[in-house]
Design a protein around this ligand. Structure first.
Ligand code: B12
Ligand code: SF4
Length: 494
């Protein structure tokens, strides 16, 4: 069977070049079972979709959706596919959480819920035999006007997966730069997380189940990417890199033994590792780590079920700094029930760890998370009733809905001030080698995106990026009384 898998171009987004591992993992699996696969990475390279469909003539197309921002591109592609009578399947975290609403858009035959590899294989094998697809586990669809959700599929044993075939995408165009590291490729070694954070999609998507791939196979993938394609660094996309000391040591020792000379970074949890573990990570090539800190308020952290406290954050980030690992801390402002006192506690923590890079987002209820169910059942939040309605909400520019008891303007100023300080930060590590590296990187990302997507798309991207930049600049700098009210003090300590 011929399968065309698509990583769409999201709207209003400076297209980061991270490899589309979802479609690559599915594509590599199908290829290893003898199917003919093509991947279009439209987040990096725009192509004429009608021409692609006519030349490849797929039996199936699959679109991967991480967020509502990808719907417009996927809908355009699906319309073109349906004109040619091609079976259309959408998958990914976004549509897995809202299958019924998504199917109402039309032009989609099936939604694949959760992990896609096994479901896809069963779909193409069943179609090859000429049988119908309606009883396949993990699929949702509309039949006779009614929404049908088949039984969930069990999580697969990841050690059964073949190596990922990165040559399905344009590898050179997918390499990107972050911090001082160039030639970075997104890779993954595990899926899922055992955490219970109430705002996270992990509960429904992975049922908190975490699994690791075959580490030896991963090392061979990395070796090939380095030796054949010139990869210099890896950005691990795992929800929870390392997981526990034993797994972390296994991965680090395998990297040390392989002696690939690669630098890498990933996302992990506060409170899992000690200084010796961070030293081992550094020895194995780790140069940056990202942590979901989320808040400095013990109350908010408890309600988020984060299983951490501000003291643990300070300890881990300091240990990383001491061993030479750059850190990035994620925060959320406007969490349901957050008070001005809670926000002050967050600002206090931010001041103490001002040497890290920050990402600060407004809270947004994510379908599939515990807090989403809670605020909906309490009548505090009415979710959009259609995907078209979701597409109109711009969650990034203002705290909508604001379910905290902090004024929206205050949330905006605190968030923008933290982001602005991170954007103009001179150094992440004590010796301060990286002058304004964040600002430079962000500007280069915008320019690359403009160059890669043609004039009209480029202008739209430019306006969206400029709007976001001005929003952060304005609210981050022109409300000093609000910054003072929350005790934020980042300027002196860069
Ligand atoms: C790398 C990454 C990105 C990259 C893009 C990667 C890409 N595809 O091009 C960048 C940095 C650009 C990005 C951006 C965003 N991201 Co992001 N991202 C990730 C991250 C860290 C890894 C994704 C990955 O590679 N996973 C590994 C692969 C193997 O798993 P997978 O992608 O889930 O794919 C499997 C299944 O989803 C399914 N599947 C996927 N696609 C398809 C398609 C078909 C047809 C089928 C059948 C099945 C299927 O099968 C796959 C194989 O098992 C995840 C967290 C995570 N660890 O998964 C967040 C994550 C996906 N991102 C998320 C979000 C919110 C965003 C943004 C909205 C962030 C923002 N505020 O701007 C944007 C949206 C951009 C967009 N395209 O719409 C959320 C999505 C939550 C949700 N919707 O429920 C996640 C889960 C993080 C989180 N914990 O909240 N992201
Ligand atoms: S630690 Fe991260 S991935 Fe795990 S449940 Fe919490 S937010 Fe989700």
């Amino acid at each position: 069977m011929r399968v065309l898998l698509i990583n769409p171009a999201p709207e209003h987004y400076t297209r980061a070049r991270c490899a589309p591992l979802g479609v690559l993992s599915i594509g590599s699996y199908l290829q290893s079972k003898g199917h003919d696969v093509k991947v279009l990475n439209r987040a990096v390279v725009s192509t004429d979709i009608e021409a692609e469909l006519d030349s490849f003539r797929p039996d199936f197309i699959g679109c991967s959706l991480l967020s509502v921002m990808a719907v417009k591109d996927c809908l355009m592609i699906s319309k073109a596919a349906k004109k040619r009578n091609i079976c259309v399947i959408w998958g990914g975290p976004y549509v897995s959480a809202s299958p019924e609403m998504t199917l109402e858009l039309g032009y989609i035959d099936f939604i694949c819920l959760g992990e896609g590899e096994e479901t896809w294989l069963e779909v193409v094998d069943t179609a090859e035999k000429g049988e119908d697809l309606y009883s396949i586990k993990g699929l949702a669809y509309i039949k006779n006007g009614k929404f049908v959700r088949n039984a969930d599929r069990e999580f697969m044993d990841l050690t059964l997966l073949p190596p990922i075939d990165y040559s399905l995408i344009d590898i050179q165009k997918t390499f990107y730069k972050n911090y001082e590291y160039d030639g970075i490729m997104g890779m993954y070694i595990s899926k899922g997380c055992n955490g219970h954070c109430t705002f996270c999609y992990n509960r429904d998507f992975f049922s908190n189940c975490r699994r690791t791939r075959d580490v030896k196979l991963f090392i061979e993938e990395a070796r090939l990417l380095k030796e054949k394609y010139g990869m210099k660094a890896i950005a691990f996309t795992d929800e929870l890199f390392g997981y526990n000391k034993e797994t972390l040591h296994e991965i680090c020792n395998a990297l040390i033994e392989a002696d690939l000379g690669l630098h890498w970074g990933g996302m992990t949890k506060i409170g899992l590792f000690d200084k010796e573990d961070f030293e081992l990570m550094h020895k194995a090539g780790c140069r940056w780590l990202e942590f979901g800190v989320e808040s400095g308020s013990k109350n908010t952290l408890k309600r988020m079920k984060k299983a951490l406290n501000p003291e643990m954050v300070e300890k881990d980030l300091k240990n990383c700094r001491d061993v030479g690992i750059i850190t990035l801390s994620y925060f959320i402002v406007g969490f349901p029930g957050e008070t001005p006192e809670d926000l002050k506690a967050t600002c206090e923590l931010v001041n103490k760890i001002s040497y890290t890079k920050f990402v600060c987002s407004y809270f947004s209820p994510l379908p599939g998370s515990e807090i989403f169910d809670e605020v909906v059942s309490q009548g505090k939040y009415t979710p959009p009733k259609s995907i078209k309605e979701c597409m109109k909400t711009r969650i990034f520019y203002s705290p909508k809905p604001n379910l905290s008891s902090v004024k929206s303007l205050d949330l905006k100023v605190v968030r923008c001030h933290i982001l602005w300080s991170s954007f103009t930060k001179k150094s992440f590590i004590e010796n301060g080698k990286l002058d304004y590296s964040v600002a430079k990187k962000d500007i280069v990302d915008v320019l690359k995106s403009l160059k890669g997507h043609g004039f009209k798309e480029g202008v739209i991207q430019f306006i969206a990026s400029a709007y976001e930049f001005l929003d952060i600049f304005f609210y981050g700098n022109f409300f000093p009384h609000i910054v003072k009210k929350y005790g934020l003090d980042l300027k002196e300590k860069k």
